[in-house]
Design a protein around this ligand. Structure first.
Ligand code: ADP
Length: 460
């Protein structure tokens, strides 16, 4: 069953049960209170009638037959049969004796009226006696007969029926509103879900382009749409990386491998002498390719988020000092001066990945700084961040190259021609790790003067 149908049904059913229970409860309550009210009203009418007769007794001694006839006729219209007796219990006026047919007609009408509302109505003729007494004088008594235990007038029944019609009308309106509400809500939920379904089906078929632009204004649904869009972004990015890597790596590996192949073939065929330099050059190239393969692997892992960042608290200064000492042989060989200037910098980060960042930046600085140059490494706390600066007095980077150096496989022309053994992956790895930590990397450089890499990392 569709979501729309389910919501419509549940809303409709809920409203139906609600309305029915309200209808039953209010009807029962109303009926009960109305019966009590009708009985009280009847009693008041009786008392008023008796009071009028008593007044007449008090004023006239004996009420005239004309007066009693008028009262009797009026009372009969109200469904009351009047009988007045004097103090000797002699009948002075008897409506049922004088107007038997009228009384019977009235009773039949009452019975029919009551049975129209209560089919099992079992009323019977009831008489109530009221004494006509004033101070210590008893003038007689009034007997009021009616169809009891209570009866409704025509207006009462009209009122009760009207109330019922209003209840049914309200019930109907509520039911329609509930179903409309169900349809409206279902539309609101179903529409974005359809978008999500279409998009995920497209993703399943590896169609990554296109995002859901719809805004549902429902928090959870918007989050779901956001997640699907993010998923599409990630999948599209991965697909692009996959394609780019396959293309670029094939190219990057092919050139040196072809050179190696032709060199080795030439040596085997005796065209080239297998001199120490030639063999060393081949070895250098093989080592470079092998390093590159290792770096590619790391980059792929980072870019595909397969590597989890495992954060721990550690002192960054200690890491810097240790890395510099690990590279001591290399910078001493090149006659470089390396200075570490840092205070204790506690940071919550992945120690191994941070070590990779420092290694890549330091090895670049060593690689691209001429003998006699200086490299300085600094670390300091700035607010909630830690700044790591790797500065060298090396050859620098041309302004137009700066935006590209963090792209993987990007090497400046200089670096390519001079065969520094670079792979163009080091800075891409640095950027990926720093970004994964929520940080950023910036570079300032001037050709011939040197470069300054600034890594800003959140302290935790
Ligand atoms: P590579 O392995 O070629 O060094 P990187 O990604 O580490 O690859 O660096 C990309 C390019 O940025 C390098 O080819 C080099 O031209 C330039 N570069 C990086 N660091 C420095 C630096 N400290 N001084 C000058 N150029 C640098």
């Amino acid at each position: 069953m569709s979501l729309k149908m389910q919501l419509m049904l549940s809303y409709g059913l809920m409203a139906f049960f609600l309305v029915i229970s309200l209808l039953v409860i209010s009807n029962v309550m109303l009926e009960h209170h109305f019966k009590v009210y009708v009985q009280q009203r009847q009693e008041q009418a009786n008392q008023a009638l008796v009071a009028m007769i008593l007044d007449e007794f008090k004023e006239e001694g004996t009420p005239s037959l004309e007066f009693l006839e008028r009262l009797g006729t009026d009372a009969l219209k109200q469904g009351i049969v009047l009988m007045v007796k004097d103090n000797k219990n002699e009948e002075m006026y008897c409506e049922s004796c004088m107007n038997r047919i009228g009384c019977e007609e009235m009773h039949t009408k009452m019975k029919q009226m009551m049975q129209s509302r209560y089919p099992n109505w079992e009323g019977k003729y009831t008489e109530k006696v009221y004494e006509l007494k004033w101070k210590n004088t008893i003038y007689g008594s009034v007997v009021l007969g009616y169809y009891g235990p209570f009866f409704f007038h025509e207006e009462d029944l009209q009122f009760m029926n009207l109330v019922n019609v209003i209840f049914i009308l309200v019930a109907f309106i509520v039911l329609i509103l509930a179903i409309a509400m169900g349809i409206f809500l279902a539309e609101r939920i179903a529409q974005p879900l359809h978008y999500v379904m279409d998009r995920t089906k497209a993703l399943e078929q590896q169609q990554y382009e296109g995002r859901i632009e719809f805004v549902s204004n429902t928090k959870e649904l918007d989050e779901l749409i956001g997640s699907v869009n993010t998923l599409a972004d990630a999948l599209e990015k991965q697909q692009q990386i996959k394609h780019r890597m396959a293309r670029d790596y094939a190219h990057e590996f092919r050139t040196p491998l072809t050179a190696l192949q032709s060199n080795l073939e030439a040596m085997i065929d005796g065209i080239f002498e297998p001199t120490k330099e030639r063999l060393e050059s081949c070895l250098f190239e093989i080592l470079r390719l092998s390093r590159m393969a290792g770096q590619i692997n790391r980059l792929v892992e980072i870019e595909n988020n397969h590597v989890f960042i495992q954060k721990e608290w550690f002192d960054l200064k200690e890491l810097l000092v240790q890395t510099v000492s690990n590279f001591e042989q290399e910078w001493r060989e090149k006659n470089l001066q390396v200075k570490v200037k840092a205070s204790r910098c506690e940071i919550l980060a992945d120690r191994d990945k941070m070590s990779q960042v420092v290694i890549n930046l330091l090895s670049n600085a060593i690689k691209y700084t001429k003998a006699g140059g200086t490299i300085s490494i600094k670390a300091k706390e700035v607010g909630y961040s830690i700044h790591v600066i790797v500065e060298d007095t090396g050859e620098g980077i041309a302004k137009e190259e700066i935006p590209n150096i963090f792209e993987y496989l990007y090497r400046t022309d200089d670096s390519r021609t001079r065969e520094t053994g670079g792979s163009g992956i080091g800075l891409a790895v640095v950027k990926s790790i720093v970004t994964a930590h929520g940080g950023k990397i910036e570079v300032e450089s001037e050709l011939g003067k040197g470069s300054r890499f600034l890594v800003v990392l959140p302290k935790k």
